[in-house]
Each structure stands twice: as C-alpha cells, then as structure tokens.
Design a protein around this ligand. Structure first.
Ligand code: TEU
Ligand code: CA
Length: 553
C-alpha cells in the first residue's frame, strides 16, 4: 500500500454502488464484483460507508451493532473475503466508524431505556426544564436535539435523528467499547478508518441554551476531543494506519491539531467550509450563487496554513451527503465534460489526499427528482416538511431539495447505458437519472477523452509525482474573482494550476501570472481545445468557460 500522501481514496456508498442479488440494494457482493474496476482506477484505498446492523433510518449511520453485518448487505464472512480480496490487489479498506452516536435500537440504548443506570451513563440523559427540553439546541436534521422518554422522565441528546442517540464519551466504559470495535476491524485486516463526525464526541460539562446559534458552539471540537482521539489511537495501535476524521463546522486551528503527525491523532480530516459557499446566509436550505471569492480564500487559507503546520487535508468535492459537484459548481449541460474535468484537476493537484466519490469519476449529476415521493433521505424528508411549514410552496421546496438534498449524491452508480444503469437486475431503492444512457462506466471506458480516463490520469500523476504528492503550495493572484490559481513547488520545479469557475470566457491579463504560464509547458488541460489556445498565447491567457490548465516549469 502506498503512503497516503501519494494515494487517492475512493468512496463507496454501499447502498447505491452495485447490487449482486437483484433486491435493488447495493451490497458486499456488488463491491467484490467491482474490485477489478476499482483496481483499474489506480486508487489505493476504499472508504466504504457503514454496512453494520442498523434499522437504516439514516442508511447505516444509525448502528445497532458494530460487530455484525446488516443482512441486507451480506454476511460477516463476505466482509472478511472482501477485505482479503482487496488486499491481494493492493487495495486497503477504510471502514466507517460512527462513534458519536448509536441507533436507539442498539442493545446499550435498549438497556438504558429500561432504566439500567450503567447503560444510561453510556448516553446523555438529562432532566428537562418545566416540561421543556434541557436546552434549545437544534438537531442537524431539524427540530430540537432532545427526545423525551416518559418512562424515565428524562431527555436524551441526539444531534442527528431522534433514533441516533449521542454517546457519552466522558464515560471511560464508552471509550473502551469503541476501542474494542476498532481492534476487531483492525484484526479483520482493514487498513484504516473514517470516523464519522468525530469532532462532536466531547460534550460540555454544563448544558446551557444557545442564544446565538443552534448549540454547535458548545459541542464542536469540544474540550476533551483531542485527548479522547489520542487515547483511542494509542490504545488501539492505529497510528500507522490511514485515518480520516469527518469534522463538522470545525476550525483550521483544530484541524491542524487533529493532523500534526507528532500529536498522534489522525492522518487527515474532512472540513466543509468550501461546500457552504453557496448557502445563502450560511443556511443550507436557502439557495445562492456560489461566492467564488470566499471559495478561493478558503482553499488558499486552509492549504497554506495546513502546510505551514504540517497538517494534512482530505481533498474532496463530493460525498454521500453532498449534491454532485458538476451540477453545483460546473455545468451539467453545455460544459458537462470540461467542467467535470476542471473541477477534478483543481482538487487532485492540490496538497492533501484526494477522495473520489463513486460516480464522480464519470461526471454523474444531481438526481433531477421532481416529486417528494422520489426522495428517500431522512434529512430531505424532514426539511421538506420544515420548508413547507415555513411557507415555501411545493414548487419552491422541490427546487431547494433539487439543489441541496443528500439524495442527489445517492442515486445508483451508473455502470451501463442499459436498464437501471446496470446497477441492479431489480427495482433500485432510489431512482436512476435519465442521463445514465451516456454517463456510465461502459461508455466512458470506450472514449479516450472521457471524464473517467481523466480521473485515471490524475490518480496516476499523484502516484508518480513527488511534486504533486509532497510539494509546497501557494495561491496566486489572478486579477479575476472567477479564476482561481495556485502553484505547487518542489526542488526548483513549479506546477501552476489555473481554473476558471466562470460560465463565460475569461481573459487573464495579470502580467506575473501570464508570464509564468507563457514560460512553461502545458502539463494538463480540462479541454483539448485549450492546448491549441495556449500555444498561441501572447499577452493574455484566455480561458473558455469552466476550463482549467496546468503548466509545468
Ligand atoms: O455527516 C455529518 C454531517 O454533518 C452531515 O450529515 C450534515 O449534517 C448534512 O450534510 C446536513 O447538512 C455524517 C454522515 O456523513 C452522514 O451521512 C450522517 O447522516 C451523519 O454523519 C450522522 O451520522
Ligand atoms: Ca442487494
């Protein structure tokens, strides 16, 4: 296995990846059958989303047993075979550890519900205030974050769905339970872990109302979080494995601490600030055009500051919680292919470890759902109700969900132009976009100029090039807010990357940048036509809509 700095990770959302038995639901057998495809991409690691026993209210992020495979996805034996088969191909699995909360169906929570004090202390039970919840905190999926249990006369905390009860990490027994889960899967042969919302595990000593926000400032990057992570890593011996923490509403300062090698916490982390630049007033459910100036500043700051402190970023546009980037920051109609490639090169040539989310390598688009009956996600269904109650019309609500729903990223992987995109022989659990007739693996394998082939090239470049994997990074001025440029450097070699997020043709005349580009050799371009333009370049650099180039010196 390559070190994570030269590696690319592929994310599989199991439910939508490949169905091996025709029940319309992706499964372990489906993943096993596609290992050769994943190998052909050149990726080194696979992060697979949770497939453990679960009532599936949040598609497996509500775990009822960390040691058992959900029968819907296969058996423990199959999971073991899958790990081994991948290893034989030189691919390592990263399993998804949902440790901030369990399903309310977990045996621990069930014991707590029966009033067992030992297990009540596994969770966060508090008294209410005059029949009201202990605090006014909001759940991330809508509504208050506390649920009342009449038989106990107490409320429990759930930062996500009411069926996802937050664990009490201040209880040493909970920390030991989590270590045992890690030890079990480590012994099974996985190469790493992804930790779900792990920066939310340390809750405050005193629970109080938030009069400024939804409560997140009291529990995000909480006071014991670094200590608990260090303990988990040390006691399970996973410091040398590849680990990524999902950090909700985190800070740069904390991400530096999570990933500085000598601190013994994590290899890298996901942060989401760059995926909120199109939230009007910070509200996910209010649409706005992307603020490209803050996109540039966010990447610039995080990239440069993480480098200075020797921290490490996970690089990504897409995952199972996000709309598809080509529909979001690119153009999924007119400039579909070029914009998908531009977005890919922008991410894959930066400093950090890139993640490809299933179907991203094909340029898969948003779902295009037009009826609430097509949605499956608990968050989307909750917010449909909340937005309607807030006075939006059905049409307006569907427009917001069409842009923001997590289901946009959860439609079946498009393997073929045929029925159900080759995902399943049965009826898929969620709809397949019409565009699978031309956006699919089979068609893109045949096209040497496809988005798929472009991703292959990016993965290979990171493997071969120390400059891309390890080089320094600096963001450059372009004199145009819609065009973002950065430079990678190592041992006197320089790679300059210029990407246009503009839907129109742009001319860059900044003399310093233009000179750098003119003096170099074309390294990569999102569009074949760009190469010709570049060859003719004199004073100005002309970039077509949503185009990108990289030049080496
Ligand atoms: O996501 C955490 C998270 O913060 C997002 O779900 C975010 O709240 C969402 O996109 C709303 O804007 C992780 C998992 O990736 C997600 O699938 C789970 O639902 C969540 O944790 C709870 O486990
Ligand atoms: Ca299946």
């Amino acid at each position: 296995m390559r070190d994570f700095k030269h590696s690319t990770v592929y994310q599989i959302y199991i439910k939508s990846f490949c169905d091996s038995n025709g029940d319309g639901i992706g499964d372990l057998g489906g993943i096993r059958s596609r290992l050769p495809y994943l190998k052909s991409l050149g990726i080194d690691y696979i992060w697979v989303t949770p497939f453990f026993r679960s009532p599936m209210n949040d598609n497996g992020y509500d775990v009822a047993d960390y040691y058992e495979v959900n029968p819907m996805f296969g058996t423990l034996e199959e999971a073991m075979d899958m790990i081994r088969e991948a290893r034989e191909m030189g691919i390592g699995f990263m399993f998804d550890m949902v440790f901030n909360h369990t399903s309310t169906e977990h045996a621990w929570f069930q014991k707590a519900l029966r009033g067992d004090p030992e297990y009540m202390d596994y969770y966060i039970f508090r008294d209410g205030k005059d029949g009201q919840p202990p605090t006014n905190w909001e759940s991330k999926f809508g509504g208050n974050a506390w649920e009342y249990v009449p038989s106990l006369g107490k409320w429990y905390l759930h930062l996500f769905d009411r069926t996802q009860a937050d664990l009490n990490w201040d209880n040493p027994k909970v920390r030991e339970e989590m270590k045992n889960v890690i030890r079990f899967w480590k012994d099974a042969g996985v190469c790493g872990f992804r930790f779900d919302v792990v920066n939310l595990i340390s809750k405050p000593d005193i629970f109080e109302d938030d009069h400024e926000g939804d409560g997140r400032r009291f529990y995000t990057d909480g006071h014991h979080v670094h200590e608990y992570l260090q303990e988990l890593v040390r006691d399970t011996g996973i410091a040398e494995m590849v680990t990524v923490g999902e950090m909700s509403s985190t800070s740069l300062e904390n991400c530096i601490r999570y990933t500085m090698p000598e601190r013994g916490e994590l290899s890298m982390c996901f942060s989401f600030h760059h995926l909120k630049v199109d939230y009007a007033g910070g509200n996910k459910w209010a649409l706005a055009e992307p603020d490209l100036k803050s996109l540039r500043n966010l990447f610039g700051t995080w990239q440069e500051e993480m480098m200075k402190a020797e921290g490490w970023n996970a690089l990504f546009w897409c995952n199972h919680d996000q709309p598809r980037v080509v529909s979001r920051l690119g153009d999924d109609q007119l400039y579909w292919k070029r914009s998908a490639k531009m977005l890919a090169m922008f991410i894959h040539l930066m400093r950090g470890t890139p993640y490809i989310y299933q179907g991203e390598e094909l340029g898969m688009t948003n779902a295009g759902f037009t009826d609430i009956g097509q949605y499956r996600d608990v968050e989307s269904i909750n917010y449909h109700r909340i937005l309607r109650e807030a006075g939006l019309s059905e049409e307006e609500t569907l427009q917001v969900l069409g842009a923001r729903s997590r289901d946009n990223g959860r439609t079946p992987m498009q393997w073929t132009p045929g029925e159900n995109a080759g995902f399943s022989a049965g009826e898929p659990w969620i709809g397949v976009p019409e565009n699978h007739t031309f956006i699919n693996v089979e068609s893109e394998e045949k096209d040497p100029d496809s988005i798929l082939q472009f991703y292959r090239k990016l993965v290979a470049l990171r493997k071969e090039s120390d400059l891309i994997a390890l080089g320094g990074i600096r963001f450059l001025e372009t004199g145009n807010e819609r065009v973002i440029a950065y430079e990678r450097t190592m041992d006197g070699k320089i790679l300059t990357v210029v990407c246009s997020f503009s839907k129109e043709r742009e001319e860059i005349s900044d003399p310093v940048l233009c000179e750098r580009i003119r003096d170099g050799k074309l390294f990569l371009a999102a569009d074949a036509d760009t190469a010709a333009q570049y060859a003719e370049m004199n004073e100005k650099l002309v970039l077509a809509a949503l185009d990108g180039i990289a030049v080496a010196r």
